[in-house]
Design a protein around this ligand. Structure first.
Ligand code: ASP
Length: 417
C-alpha cells in the first residue's frame, strides 16, 4: 500500500525508529510529526518508512455517543472554534479549527459520565477573528439553550480573546444556570494538551451550583486542578503556559480538583435558580481602547473621537496621561464621547485624585474605571452605550458593578492564581 501524507508511519534512520505522521514537505526532506508534536526532517535516502495506519482509518471512524441518561443533567456545548476544537491540517502542517462540538465529546469520552450533552457549532474561528457582532449571536444562542431547558452551558472558545467574549456574555445575560467558557492552550494532538482536563473541569462547573459566567482553565502547569475565574475578572497572562489565565483584582471564584471533580469556592456567587433568565444584547461596537505611552501624540484621541462613540484610556499608574493630552480629553467629552480611565498596571484601582495629571483628567470630564480590566471596561462601554446615549446614564452604568467587574474591597487587588 502506498504511503501518503497524513498516514501514521514508523521512520527508521541510522538504527533509530520514530513513530509519527507523515507530513507534507516543500524542501525535499521527509518530514514526520512525532507524537510529542515536533516535526523531524530526514534525508529521503537515509530513512525507510513503514506504514502503520492509513489517515482514512484514523479520521474516518466515528464512535456513537451513548444515549441520554435520565439521571444526569443536560448541558449544551456551544463551540466557537479555537485550539480546543482544532486539529493539525496534514496538508499544511498548520493547526486549524475543524472539529465539531460533537467531535469534542467523542475525543473526551469522560464527559459523558458527567452530563447529557446537546452540542452545536456556532462558529469555527480562531478567537482573534471574534467580533462584537458575534458576541450578540452567541448570547442569543446561549439564551435559547437555557430557555429550552439546559441545566448549564459550556462555550468552547479560543483562548486569545476568550475573556472579551466572557465579559460580553456576562453583561448581556442574567442567568439562572452556569455558563462556562473553556479553551485550551495546546491542541489535542500534543501530549501536553490541556483540552481534556479543561473540558472535564468545565463540565463539572456547568453542572454545579455556580450560576454565573465563568472561565475554567488549568490552575497550574500540572494536571492537578483547574481554576474557576469570574468572566469579568480574568485575563490571559501568558502566551503559551497551560495556566495562562489569572484572576485580576479578585480571588478566583473557586477551583475544581482533577480528576475527582471536587469543587471548592472562595467567593460568594449567584446560585442555581436564584436569578431569572434575561437577555439584553444591545451594544455599540464602535468603542476603542487607547493606550497612552510616553511621548504619544494626543492626536490619537482626535482620531479616536472622529471614528468611535466611546473611548477607554489605558493610562499609566493610577490612571494618568501627559498634561498635553488633557485639552484633547476635554474636547472629546464635549463632543459627547465618554472617556473611561483604566490603568496599564492591570492590577490595582484607578485613582485620579492623587497627582495633578489625574485631577486634570477628572476635571476634563473623564471617569475612573475603578479596578476594571481595560478590556472589560471596553466591552462594558460597548454594552452601556447600547443601553443609552445619555452620557450621565453611561457614567452611572460604568461606575456601577453590573456583573462582578468592579470590586469594592481594596484587599482583593492583585493577580491571583
Ligand atoms: N489563537 C487561538 C485562538 O484564540 C489560540 C487558542 O485557541 O488557544 O483561537
Amino acid at each position: 500500500m502506498t504511503i501518503e501524507e497524513g498516514d501514521a508511519v514508523l521512520a527508521r534512520c541510522e538504527g533509530n525508529t520514530f513513530e509519527g505522521v507523515l507530513m507534507p514537505s516543500t524542501t525535499g526532506t521527509t518530514v514526520v510529526k512525532l507524537k510529542n508534536g515536533y516535526n523531524m526532517g530526514f534525508k529521503p535516502d537515509n530513512v525507510t518508512l513503514e506504514l502503520i495506519g492509513k489517515k482514512s482509518d484514523m479520521t474516518g471512524a466515528k464512535v456513537a455517543l451513548p444515549g441520554p441518561n435520565p439521571d444526569l443533567p443536560n448541558i449544551s456545548i456551544l463551540s466557537t472554534g479555537g485550539t480546543i476544537a482544532s486539529k493539525v491540517d496534514y496538508r499544511t502542517g498548520a493547526v486549524t479549527s475543524q472539529f465539531t462540538a460533537e467531535d469534542i465529546l467523542l475525543a473526551i469520552p469522560e464527559l459523558t459520565t458527567i452530563a447529557n450533552y446537546h452540542a452545536r457549532v456556532c462558529y469555527s474561528i480562531l478567537s482573534e477573528n471574534m467580533r462584537p457582532e458575534y458576541w450578540v449571536k452567541l448570547a442569543e444562542e446561549v439564551y435559547n439553550e437555557i430557555k429550552a431547558g439546559a441545566d448549564g452551558v459550556i462555550i468552547t472558545h479560543g483562548t486569545d480573546t476568550m475573556m472579551y467574549t466572557a465579559a460580553a456574555i456576562a453583561f448581556m445575560i442574567e442567568t439562572p444556570v452556569p455558563i462556562v467558557f473553556v479553551g485550551s492552550q495546546r491542541s489535542a494532538d500534543r501530549p501536553s494538551s490541556d483540552n481534556a482536563m479543561n473540558a472535564i473541569c468545565a463540565a463539572k462547573v456547568a453542572t454545579s451550583d455556580i450560576a454565573e459566567v465563568t472561565l475554567v482553565m488549568h490552575g497550574t502547569t500540572s494536571d492537578d486542578h483547574c481554576l474557576i475565574h469570574r468572566g469579568t475578572k480574568v485575563r490571559k497572562m501568558h502566551t503559551s503556559r497551560r495556566d495562562a489565565f489569572q484572576s485580576i483584582n479578585s480571588r478566583p471564584l473557586g477551583r475544581v480538583e482533577y480528576p475527582s471533580g471536587e469543587i471548592t469556592t472562595y467567593l460568594e456567587h449567584a446560585r442555581r435558580g436564584e436569578r431569572e433568565l434575561s437577555i439584553n444584547t444591545n451594544i455599540e461596537p464602535r468603542c476603542t481602547l487607547v493606550k497612552y505611552t510616553p511621548g504619544a501624540s494626543p492626536e490619537a484621541l482626535l482620531f479616536a473621537s472622529a471614528n468611535y462613540k466611546g473611548i477607554v484610556l489605558e493610562g499609566t499608574g493610577l490612571g494618568h496621561v501627559s498634561t498635553e493630552w488633557i485639552p484633547f480629553i476635554e474636547r472629546t467629552i464635549e463632543a459627547g464621547i465618554p472617556v473611561i480611565v483604566t490603568s496599564q498596571c492591570i492590577s490595582g484601582r484607578v485613582c485620579d485624585r492623587v497627582y495633578d495629571t489625574g485631577r486634570d483628567i477628572l476635571k476634563a470630564g473623564a471617569v475612573e474605571g475603578e479596578d476594571m480590566l481595560p478590556e472589560v471596561a471596553l466591552v462594558k462601554l460597548m454594552w452601556a452605550l447600547g443601553q443609552t446615549s445619555d452620557i450621565d446614564e453611561v457614567w452611572k452604568l460604568m461606575t456601577t458593578d453590573m456583573a462582578g467587574e468592579i470590586t469594592r474591597s481594596s484587599r482583593t487587588w492583585g493577580v491571583y492564581s
